[in-house]
Design a binder for this molecule. Structure first.
Ligand SMILES: *[C@@H]1O[C@H](CO)[C@@H](O)[C@H](O)[C@H]1NC(C)=O
Ligand SMILES: *[C@@H]1O[C@H](CO)[C@@H](O)[C@H](O)[C@H]1NC(C)=O
Ligand SMILES: *[C@@H]1O[C@H](CO)[C@@H](O)[C@H](O)[C@H]1NC(C)=O
Ligand SMILES: *[C@@H]1O[C@H](CO)[C@@H](O)[C@H](O)[C@H]1NC(C)=O
Ligand SMILES: *[C@@H]1O[C@H](CO)[C@@H](O)[C@H](O)[C@H]1NC(C)=O
Length: 372
């Protein structure tokens, strides 16, 4: 826990103060037809679409079966569009030059992350066009090289699945000094970062028959050689465990964890306290992140209890999904080990996010609000 937050605040002077993205509940049963070109300029504007272009869809409300994704979810030549990559991804085009923008997140051995499409990238420069990097060629992303992931913890709860881990920046084509930022399906124009980026999972909470089902609410931080990714279940809209307005405080506030570097594990976990919410002297308080971030948050995130952790050997974990636990069954909570905790704390405080410039997070002022 360091006061580094203050040191970096000058990075964020360009924040726009645009309206907050509104993580509205999504009706996962509504299938949205593939968008047609060009966008009709006469569509009535949703009140949420304050920063969007007339007639363009709001990314987080679009629904597609995995097998019926259009070649591009956001082909529109407006605002930041069209999207740079494509959404129909598969083993035939999994390569180091793939530009897949459909991310699949299943479990500890089978997941993709967003990374830079350009060599030596920085998230602030490439957030609108990040592409998938995957442990499994099935999903059509760029391969994550063997040995690039040094440890991870997958956590399944009653409201979301989450994975936090340690990865070489270079494996995601990020500069070694890159501290990164947040990617999510909102952004100031509600078209997401990346533009047209969609997320799917074979987890039973999302699975659509034998195919991955769509995850409507998710966020991911990457940079400083760590990553954290959370997929919130579509049936849980309140509280919002995938809140995306706390983009300057990184993994340890948005996804409090005890992920141990050097160990690969999958656990069940209790629910975390939604980011920005904490208990002090018996009262539940809410912290609004000031922007620019001029002070440390007034609380230390509580790492939820975990149970039934399985530990994997790294060799063999990322071989296209086939893996067996090195040891399994019930074990003690993974967050009891102080050395694990300090490893996780390294994740926090370094993930400052230049992407606020595009997100336009409007949480100016901050301060503590008592929630009655
Ligand atoms: C990628 O390959 C899959 C099959 O593995 C195919 O369905 C899809 O159309 C391909 N996408 C592109 C952009 O070539
Ligand atoms: C990579 O990016 C960093 C940070 O922007 C920069 O300092 C470095 O010179 C770049 N390296 C190369 C090889 O371009
Ligand atoms: C949401 O779905 C998950 C997974 O299917 C289930 O475990 C959970 O109980 C559901 N929650 C609610 C509030 O319906
Ligand atoms: C995790 O461990 C690896 C291998 O020991 C090391 O190279 C890396 O710097 C560590 N990552 C962090 C964020 O501490
Ligand atoms: C992850 O999911 C894939 C695809 O369903 C499966 O093949 C693999 O065994 C799973 N791995 C773990 C560690 O659960």
């Amino acid at each position: 826990m360091t006061p580094l937050l203050i040191t970096f605040s000058s990075l964020f002077l360009l924040a726009t103060g645009a309206p907050n993205p509104d993580p509205n509940p999504v009706d996962a049963n509504t299938i949205t037809p593939a968008p047609t070109l060009p966008p009709t300029p006469t569509h009535p504007l949703s009140p949420r679409q304050v920063a969007g272009a007339s007639g363009t869809p709001i990314l987080s409300t679009l629904t597609f079966p995995y097998t019926a994704l259009p070649s591009q979810v956001y082909p529109f030549n407006v605002l930041r569009g069209p999207q740079s990559g494509y959404n129909q991804c598969g083993p035939a085009n999994a390569s180091a030059t793939a530009n897949c923008q459909t991310l699949v997140f299943n479990n500890a051995s089978d997941f993709c992350l967003w990374g830079s499409p350009d060599p030596n990238g920085s998230i602030g420069d490439v957030e609108a066009k990040v592409v998938t990097y995957c442990t499994n060629p099935q999903w059509g992303g760029r391969p994550i090289p063997d040995g690039a992931i040094h440890g991870l913890q997958f956590m399944r709860t009653s409201a979301y699945i989450q994975i936090v881990g340690f990865i070489d920046n270079s494996a995601l084509s990020l500069a070694s000094t890159e501290t990164g930022g947040e990617l999510d399906p909102h952004g100031a124009d509600l078209q997401g970062n990346p533009l047209g980026g969609v997320v799917y999972s074979l987890d039973e909470a999302f699975r659509d028959g034998s195919e991955p089902g769509q995850v409507h609410n998710w966020n991911l931080f990457v940079g400083s050689s760590v990553f954290c990714l959370k997929a919130c279940f579509n049936n849980v809209t309140s509280p919002d465990y995938c809140e995306n307005r706390y983009d300057l405080v990184g993994c340890n506030f948005n996804m409090p964890n005890a992920a141990p570097n050097g160990t690969f594990q999958a656990c069940e976990g209790d629910l975390q306290t939604p980011v920005g919410t904490y208990v002090s002297a018996g009262q539940t308080l809410t912290w609004s992140m000031p922007d620019p971030l001029t002070t440390d948050p007034p609380y230390t995130p509580v790492v939820p209890s975990s149970s039934n952790c399985q530990t994997f050997q790294s060799g063999g974990l990322f071989t296209g999904g086939a893996s067996s636990p090195a040891n399994s069954g019930s074990s003690s909570a993974s967050n009891a080990n102080p050395s694990q905790t300090s490893g996780a704390l390294a994740v926090r405080g370094s993930l400052f996010c230049v992407s606020v410039i595009v997100f336009g997070v409007g949480m100016v002022g901050g301060g503590v609000i008592v929630v009655v």
